[in-house]
Design a protein around this ligand. Structure first.
Ligand code: AMP
Ligand code: ZN
Length: 478
């Protein structure tokens, strides 16, 4: 089966065929560095990472480009609201560049902790103003712009495919409040390519341009930088679903206006949102949760990655501390199971290079099929469990196949299995049997609280107790 992906452009699952055989140009919209990323944002980057890793697994040479927005992003994607960078700098008593540097570092630290491979190219908007101006000039020369009130606008009425990506015309998207109406716009769906007359008197960063001193609108940076590094037509562009209606629709309009080429991007991949299950969320975490908040609560960042993989990227995921705890238990079970298998195989180091996946191949095949089916990570995780529970496969093959799967899952299974100081110790059978006996005694004495406590504490270590007529047995599992 070839890799298939749901393409927002066309709204169906399609076989993936790149523009140039064997190569993939991939652009994922990156962070606006005015604050920490929240765990919803981080879901988008984990999705990109899984996609890139899967493409590499299937033999493609991927160039992954990510932008960093350090100028021009207003709180409303349609040119309304405050300037995010400027507001943050003012609130924190810092310069815009200081804010950008601080949150850029924090962002790359977060994604590293989440096992996200660094993109091949990370590009900052402020370092690509030349590319941005050159692209706007092309759009202007092609007749798609007008100047009004000191700003240069893109005229969406001139672009025949406008709204193709979202499936809706701009006027169906959103009714703007009167205060947000921009009287300079011919159509409220038009958007700014270059601001010269800023609504922010103290705009910190400005550049000279053919339209006067000013700064770029937000959407244009993604078109300019993606084309700079991936060419005028490329394979995959990704982001969260919130970007379909305005940001990605506008990116497409201006890019295709400049190049005259349609489609500009072959596959648009959008992840659904992470939403907060407010009832279950403790007050201290509020509604803006960062990775650091999770770490402070005692989670490993990879628990959160594991939590995300448990859902399909096109389904909404509800976040709650309880569901994260259950993902944490899943990861612990995976590691303790792998530890026991490694012990059985007599393998004591991560050095599994060259180890054959042998009889694990059938499970690897189902794992690959799951990924090929529009990146079905929940099914891919099930293939991993099926492999770990398959007693007909030599332990060495199981380990090699599991670590191979982890090249996409990115849960650091090999590292976790052989970590010396991990909280997870390899299983001591005598200890388990003692606990089983203690639990039986507790049950006999009707101390069900203690009996449950024992079952639960073992479960957290990836050991499942099963009561049967002959007594209680145990196995590794979720
Ligand atoms: P932004 O910095 O607002 O452009 O967001 C960065 C990325 O996170 C974009 O791809 C957004 O579409 C995505 N995003 C924002 N909020 C969420 C959320 N709650 N769940 C998943 N993705 C999100
Ligand atoms: Zn973008």
């Amino acid at each position: 089966m070839p890799l298939t992906l749901y393409n927002t452009l066309g709204r169906k699952i399609e076989p993936f065929n790149p523009v140039h055989e064997g190569k993939v140009g991939f652009y994922g919209c990156g962070p606006t560095v005015y604050n920490y990323a929240h765990i919803g944002n981080l879901r988008a980057y984990v999705t990109h990472d899984i996609l890139v890793r899967a493409l590499r697994r299937f033999g493609y040479k991927v160039t992954h480009v990510m932008n960093v927005t350090d100028v021009g992003h207003l709180s409303g994607d349609d040119d309304t609201g405050d300037d995010k960078m400027l507001k943050s700098a003012e609130e924190r008593g810092k310069s815009v560049m200081e804010i950008a540097a601080f949150y850029t570092e924090a962002f790359f630290n977060d994604i590293k902790l989440l096992g996200i491979q660094k993109p091949n190219i990370v590009c900052k908007a402020t370092e690509h103003i030349g590319d941005i101006i050159a692209l706007i000039k092309r759009i202007e020369a092609a007749g798609f712009t007008y100047s009004a009130g000191g700003n240069l606008y893109f005229d969406i009425a001139k672009f025949p495919y406008y709204g193709e990506l979202s499936g809706r015309r701009f006027d169906e998207h959103k009714t703007l409040a009167r205060a947000e109406l921009d009287n300079n716009k011919r159509n409220q769906g038009d958007f700014v390519l270059w601001f010269t007359k800023s609504k922010f008197e103290n705009q910190a960063l400005t550049w000279d341009s053919p339209w006067g001193r000013g700064y770029p609108g937000w959407h244009i940076e993604c078109s300019a930088m993606s084309m700079r590094y991936l060419g005028e037509q490329f394979d995959i562009h990704a982001g969260g679903i919130d970007h379909i209606q305005i940001h990605h629709t506008n990116e497409t309009a201006q890019s295709e206006a400049a190049t005259g080429r349609h489609p500009w991007v072959k596959y648009w991949v959008h992840n659904e949102f992470l939403v907060l299950d407010k009832e279950k969320m403790s007050k201290s975490t509020g509604s803006f949760i960062t990775l650091k908040n999770l770490i402070d609560m005692g989670f490993d960042p990879l628990d959160y990655r594991c939590f995300l993989l448990g859902g399909h990227y096109r389904n909404q995921i509800k976040f709650s501390v309880d569901s994260l705890k259950s993902a944490q238990n899943t990861r612990k079970s995976l590691l303790s199971t792998l530890r026991a298998i490694a012990a059985k195989a007599g393998i004591t180091t991560e050095e599994t290079a060259g180890m054959e996946t042998g009889k694990g191949n059938a499970h690897l095949e189902s794992f690959n099929l799951a990924l090929e089916d529009d990146l079905n990570t929940p099914r891919a995780l099930s293939s991993l469990w099926a492999l770990l529970k398959d007693n007909n496969i030599p332990p060495k093959d199981v380990l090699a196949a599991a670590f191979d799967m982890d090249k996409v899952l990115g849960l650091d299974l090999a590292g976790g299995t052989f970590k010396k100081d991990a909280a997870l110790n390899s299983v001591d059978e005598t200890e388990i049997n003692t606990l089983i006996t203690e639990r039986a005694a507790a049950k006999a004495a009707k101390d069900f609280l203690r009996a449950d406590e024992i079952r639960q504490s073992l479960k957290e270590r990836g050991i499942i107790l099963e009561d049967n007529p002959k007594g209680t047995s145990w196995r590794y599992g979720e």
